[in-house]
Design a protein around this ligand. Structure first.
Ligand code: GLY
Length: 385
């Protein structure tokens, strides 16, 4: 693996320099915001409109990644401010959903692990308790959302994205010495292997479970093209989420799931020159991209590479680098008049209405996962998940 890194060292170093140069400015400029996307090149601010929004931890998490690598205090100040702003979301506790892992594990959880700050530990434990309470004992899944989807009650919904929130439960188990958190995470992961990950390595986005017994009512399309297609970001959540569970729980099936989903991702994103489209089974045209899927899946592949044989690891590392280079070349903006780093993300496969408004936007977790992946290539071994 060292050989591949050495071969790409010049690209890794020069890309990193551009990232740090840009983000050190944006960190100060957007200190008092919880950004989601940009409008005319300027970060928006979710604290004003939706403080409990699921992506509100990524900006703080990104700042901790940058601080942890560079020691630049400006990053730490913005990370701490972001955590403070997020406290407002604890005041609307009953609105919270399963994405409390994204929200707090990347902010308070990272703060606590980097600096030992006790109030951050408390915040993260509160978030873990909230996620724990969403486990449906009869149906054997963690409930995703609170609101109905159209006419359909969401009490039975598990979504593939939830795998990324399980880190919070693994961490809480360790932190307080209580295996129940880890057991629930593993129960949910085991259910995901049965109901979300398909035989060929593609995934179901939303599974609507029976709520009073183990069983599935139906599968729903969610953010993909259709209920039987494969939403690329959902697949990326499966790649990275499965290897995260393997890292924390060590069950061989989780590594197999990570490899199987990663292989599907690689096979399909190769077809569009490593620039992932929103849905791998959607019609070939029009072409809609999702940069965020690629960078998240690349992070997962770089972690898989550490858990497999040298030869297999080499393949996953090379494929991750292909994705990251394509992203760097086609989707990244290193100029300072645009607050986002990674452009061309997308929220979901668009309806006709959405298509008319425009599909592609930068999304904060695109920046987060691109930076996380580049840090892995630089050899930084802080694992935020
Ligand atoms: N977790 C929601 C999304 O990936 O858009």
């Amino acid at each position: 693996m060292k050989e591949i890194i050495m071969k790409n060292k010049e690209w890794i170093d020069s890309t990193w320099e551009k990232i740090d140069k840009k983000l050190s400015k944006t960190a100060v400029k957007s200190r008092n915001k919880l950004p989601y996307t940009t409008i005319n090149g300027v970060h928006d601010d979710k604290k004003e409109v939706e403080v409990d929004w699921w992506t509100n931890g990524f900006w703080g998490g990104l700042m901790w990644l940058m601080y942890q690598e560079t020691g630049n205090e400006e990053y730490r100040k913005t990370a701490e401010r972001s955590e403070e702003l997020l406290d407002e979301a604890l005041k609307v506790y009953k609105k919270l959903h399963h994405d409390v892992g994204f929200m707090w594990h990347l902010t308070s959880g990272a703060n606590y692990r980097i600096t030992g700050n006790e109030p951050s530990c408390t915040r993260n434990l509160l978030a873990a308790a909230s996620l724990f309470s969403r486990y449906n004992i009869s149906g054997d899944y963690i409930r995703a959302w609170n609101e109905p989807m159209g006419e359909i009650d969401s009490a039975g919904f598990s979504i593939i994205d939830c795998l990324m929130n399980l880190s919070l439960l693994y961490w809480a188990s360790e932190e307080i010495g209580d295996d129940r958190y880890k057991k629930i995470a593993m129960r949910h992961m085991d259910m995901t292997l049965r109901e979300h990950i398909r035989q060929d390595g593609s995934v179901n986005h939303i599974v609507n479970h029976e709520v009073d017994k183990v069983g599935v009512q139906n599968i729903l399309a969610g953010q993909g093209y259709s209920q039987t297609s494969c939403w690329s970001r959902g697949l990326a959540w499966a790649v990275y989420g499965s290897i995260i569970s393997y890292i924390h729980a060590g069950k061989a099936e989780y590594l197999e799931a990570a490899k199987k989903t990663a292989d599907y991702f690689i096979e399909h994103c190769k077809k569009t020159d490593y620039l992932p489209v929103i849905d791998f089974m959607a019609p070939e045209t029009p072409v809609y991209y999702d940069s965020t899927a690629g960078v998240c899946a690349a992070c997962g592949m770089l972690e898989i590479a550490k858990c497999v044989s040298e030869e297999e690891g080499k393949r996953y590392t090379e494929e991750a680098i292909h994705i990251l280079k394509a992203c760097d070349q086609h989707f990244c903006n290193y100029e300072e008049d645009e607050d986002a780093l990674v452009l061309m993300g997308s929220e979901r496969y668009p309806s006709l209405e959405e298509y008319k408004r425009g599909v592609h936007i930068p999304i904060i977790y695109g920046d987060f996962f691109f930076v996380e992946a580049m840090l892995k290539l630089k050899g930084n071994d802080f694992f935020i998940w």
